[in-house]
Design a protein around this ligand. Structure first.
Ligand code: ADP
Ligand code: GN1
Ligand code: MG
Length: 370
């Protein structure tokens, strides 16, 4: 283990003798490591994360959210007789009593208890698994329905404000920081043709038709840990973006990532197709998991939220490509461009499937109201 990492780990109040701290997981934002510690011959695992300061400008506020939300959920898990070490994240304090460690380079680190015997998936491997994920995210929102939203910091302002994401894309186009604009003419036209659509939710909110709720805002399949033994959903992770938001977006973001026949960065677009059967399963699970907590207006907008989150994410990948890949981690050149094209292909598919998506949602709305 590098001396630098060992020094950081040593600043946390963890048990045993630290043996290793290897990179872990496939998140696009934070640097995540799994820390192995030896406690009298028994292995104990932790997650160490360097919080991405480029993305999260005030990590100390983010950690206040993290601790507030996890303590709130922990009480509910305990009251239900659940496992408070595995069904909710546990933040380990630094030795100075803070919920994070600030190193001499000005980087912020956090330590979490590793959720043992978990499985995390980067692709939907079975319909059942996607359904389980849907119930878990629906239920997560339900669990936070009475969380004091006014105490939450906005860790990324305008995170799911799609018109603002459009604006940021146009800014990237104007700057053309890396001279890449010539390559993406078609994609820019695609985005411009949907500028009006981008404002759908903001307009509905301004007209008082949508409530603000405490939402997760990053409901990718790999932000749920499954129990390796039972296959059930165990723990929702990646709580960096918990903020007030629209209920539908937690639905739409999962559809974006999961109801597709290919990985998010698949470059061969003939392989990228929207899967309406997975959409239906997720809709059923999410509505059930939300336990009647969604308004009719929210349920009616679930199909649009799938398009909204996919379109928004495509614009974000495209803007990042134009800006020189400064936000999302990439592992090869043009990965963000591939991601953007992939998302826009899904948007086209979803637009065609919109009437069918509405029919599906109407069916489950009736079941939910019955
Ligand atoms: P990012 O914002 O970079 O996506 P995450 O917080 O999602 O960072 O962490 C990256 C991955 O690490 C997750 O997708 C998950 O697989 C794994 N992970 C995160 N927290 C834990 C934990 N407490 N126990 C086990 N695995 C975890
Ligand atoms: C990022 O952190 P991660 O990998 O779970 C991003 C999401 C995007 C997603 C696209 C804080 O999620 O908003 O939808 O990549 N998170 C942040 O894969 O920007
Ligand atoms: Mg993540």
């Amino acid at each position: 283990m590098e001396e630098r990492v060992k020094k950081i780990v040593d600043n946390f109040d963890i048990e045993g003798v630290v043996v290793s701290a290897e990179p872990y997981g496939n998140g696009h934002i934070n640097d995540t490591r799994v820390v192995k510690s030896d406690v009298l011959g028994k292995e104990r695992l932790y997650i160490l994360q360097k919080i991405n300061k480029n993305v999260f400008k005030k990590p100390w506020e983010l950690m206040e959210n993290y601790v507030g939300v996890t303590e709130f959920i922990r009480k509910k898990v305990a009251a239900a007789g659940g496992d408070t070490e595995r069904e909710v994240l546990n933040v380990i304090k630094a030795k100075d009593g803070k919920d994070y460690y600030l190193d001499s380079d000005g980087e912020y680190w956090r330590m979490l208890v590793f959720v043992t015997d978990n499985l995390s998936y980067d692709r939907v491997e079975s319909p059942e698994q996607f359904y389980i994920c849907a119930v878990a995210f629906g239920n997560f929102q339900y669990m936070l329905r009475d969380y004091p939203a006014e105490t939450l910091h906005e860790t990324i302002p305008n995170f799911h404000n799609t018109p603002d994401r459009f604006r940021q894309l146009m800014e990237a186009v104007n700057n053309d920081a890396c001279g890449r604009l010539g390559e993406v003419g078609e994609e820019i036209e695609f985005a411009k043709a949907r500028e009006e659509f981008a404002g759908t939710f903001e307009r509905a909110f301004a007209e008082g038709k949508l409530p603000l709720r405490v939402t997760h805002n990053d409901t990718k399949l790999n932000n749920i840990l499954f129990d390796a033994k039972t296959g059930k959903a165990l723990c929702v992770v990646d709580l960096d973006t918990i903020m007030p938001g629209y209920a539908m977006n937690d639905f739409g973001d999962s559809i974006r990532f999961g109801a597709t026949t290919a990985a998010e960065d698949e470059a061969d677009l003939t392989k990228v197709n929207f899967d309406i059967n997975l959409f239906e399963l997720y809709a059923k699970g999410f509505i059930e998991g939300a336990k009647g907590g969604l308004t009719e207006a929210e349920i009616d907008l679930l199909p649009e939220s799938a398009i909204m989150m996919t379109f928004e994410c495509g614009m974000r990948f495209l803007a990042d490509y134009l800006n020189g890949d400064t936000y999302f981690k990439i592992h090869r050149p043009k990965q963000n461009l591939d991601r953007a094209r992939n998302q826009f292909k899904l948007v086209s598919d979803m637009e065609k499937a919109l009437p069918e998506m509405h029919k599906i949602i109407d069916k489950y709305k009736e079941i939910a109201n019955a």
